[in-house]
Design a protein around this ligand. Structure first.
Ligand SMILES: [Zn+2]
Length: 102
């Protein structure tokens, strides 16, 4: 005796019981792609990552200048509107090895 199992159609959500291991098509909507999930990712907005490349060279210079004048990373982040992690990364890249004033 064959196993009786339940199939579910991704197209019309129809469920049916069958002994067929791989039914060719959905008995309700007759789709041959009943076992293939419907793609939904195409209309969803792409995840945008805000990277350091958004910060222009002028802004990076200002960060370095402010830091050289004695401002902390926190103060620079507040003054320039750049996120702290980005300010820290810029300073760190200019003062590699030094203790960074946060
Ligand atoms: Zn169907």
């Amino acid at each position: 005796m064959k196993d009786y199992h339940i199939c579910k159609c991704y197209r019309c959500n129809h469920k049916w019981g069958t002994v067929n291991e791989e039914p060719k098509r959905c008995p309700k909507c007759h789709s041959t792609k009943w076992a293939v999930p419907v793609k939904t990712g195409e209309s969803s907005p792409r995840v945008r990552s805000v990277s350091r490349s958004m910060i222009g060279p002028d802004l990076m210079k200002e960060v370095v200048r402010r830091y050289a004048e004695g401002e902390s990373c926190t103060a620079i982040a507040i003054a320039t509107g750049i996120s702290f992690s980005d300010v820290y990364a810029i300073v760190k890249s200019h003062y590699a090895g030094d203790h960074i004033l946060v």
